[in-house]
Design a protein around this ligand. Structure first.
Ligand SMILES: Cc1ncc(COP(=O)(O)O)c(C=O)c1O
Length: 388
């Protein structure tokens, strides 16, 4: 069966060049990077080259990069590494659960957390962040790009507010890395997390930028790996892959590849919005990453549409989560003011480097007819009411 994958915000395929870069580290280059003999030194050199490459992508020094097991660990290390009971933390209602559930845990252990809202475009108002500041505020953690809508927050503004108040600023850039240029010095953040598998490296590797001089309490205790910020023998194949993926991401931002992806995303978006009645763009008017579109199809159950499209070979997703057997509408879309029904009727299409214009045509040949069929089956869909 012909299959097209438009769920790259969930995970991306490892690019062939990335796979080739990591391959020797499963075989002949197997040494432990902490060993002083030839095998160890060879591995150490590969890890440090990867660190340079990730630092290049983020605009920082190599020594400011800590390799992690992914976005979740980076977010946790930033949040738990900086805070202690009695501190106040500011975050937003639309963060990934890696941040939201870390903040819930902080609350349980004696911290106070303010969750600033977003508007109907999925945007945090930096003034709300400023107003939320307290004497004991230690950390602001607000994501750079939202995983469901792709909306980009005003992180530079928020970083300025944090700096004026002498508060740490962490941003989860897992969905921004490789899609928009990132320069941590220009943003002015103290910490920033990225994840390999959202940018064509494997699952289970990531990196946290930590501004020089920032004291982080480690989460793991063991050897003095990663300058004592993250103990444990390095995931060398993963780290090497992340380095290669960062290099390719940097090139793609400069050589027009990302712009081509944006054009494909725009084509999907405008064809659906123009051809299918009662469809709406979530996050309309806000700046967004170039690969993501999130569209509400009124009178549709999003899960049913995902399944119907999957049966025909197209992989997309809803932001809904299954909790205790019930489908919960996306916390991001409901935070933007969508009703639970509209949130459940929304689908995310997210592109990656491997996608082609032919795949866009394939998707567009399926979506309108599938939506029409499901609406015909829908007891609440009244075609006349929609067109009048
Ligand atoms: C915005 C955001 N943050 C963090 C994560 C977690 O990253 P990982 O899967 O590498 O733990 C994700 C993954 O979906 C994400 O989209």
């Amino acid at each position: 069966m012909h299959r097209v994958y438009f769920d790259n915000n969930a995970s991306t395929p490892v690019l062939p060049e990335v796979f080739e870069a990591m391959r020797p580290h499963f075989g002949e280059h197997f040494g432990n990077a902490s060993s002083i003999h030839h095998h160890g030194q060879e591995t150490r050199a590969a890890v440090e080259r990867a660190r340079e490459s990730v630092a290049n992508l983020l605009g920082c020094r190599a020594s400011e990069i800590v390799f992690t097991s992914g976005g979740t660990e980076g977010d946790n290390l930033a949040i738990f590494g900086l805070t202690k009971p009695g501190d106040h933390i500011i975050t937003s209602t639309i963060e990934h659960h890696a941040v939201l559930n870390s903040c819930k845990q902080l609350e349980a252990s004696g911290c106070e957390v303010t969750y600033v809202p977003v508007d109907g475009h999925c945007l945090v108002d930096p003034d709300d962040v400023r107003r939320a500041l307290r004497k004991n505020t230690k950390l602001i953690t607000i994501m750079m790009a939202n995983n469901e809508t792709g909306v980009l927050q005003q992180v530079e503004e928020i970083a300025k507010i944090a700096a004026e108040a002498d508060v740490y600023f962490h941003t989860d850039a897992v969905q921004a890395a490789g899609k928009v240029p990132i320069n941590v010095k220009q943003i002015g953040c103290d910490l920033l997390s990225i994840s390999g598998h959202k940018m064509h490296a494997p699952q289970g590797v990531g990196a946290l930028y930590v501004l020089k001089g920032t004291i982080l309490q480690p989460m793991l205790y063991g050897g003095s790996h990663e300058r004592s910020r993250r103990a444990g023998t390095e995931n060398v194949p993963g780290i090497v892959a992340l380095g290669k993926a960062a290099e390719l991401a940097q090139n793609a931002l400069q050589n027009g590849e990302v712009a081509e992806m944006a054009a494909m995303r725009d084509q999907i978006e405008s064809a659906i919005l123009n051809e299918i009645e009662a469809t709406y763009l979530n996050g309309k008017g806000a700046p967004r990453v170039p690969n993501t579109t999130n569209i509400c199809f009124d009178y549709i159950d999003g899960e049913a549409l995902v399944i119907a499209l999957d049966l025909k070979g197209l992989a997309v997703s809803t932001g809904a989560a299954c909790s205790s057997g019930a489908i919960e509408p996306s916390h991001v879309l409901t935070a933007m003011g969508l009703s639970p029904d509209r949130a459940r009727a929304s689908l995310r299409f997210s592109l990656g480097k491997q996608n082609t214009p032919e795949e866009v045509d394939f998707a567009l040949s399926l979506v309108p007819a599938t939506v029409a069929r499901l609406r015909e089956l829908s007891p609440v869909y009244n075609k006349e009411a929609v067109s009048n």
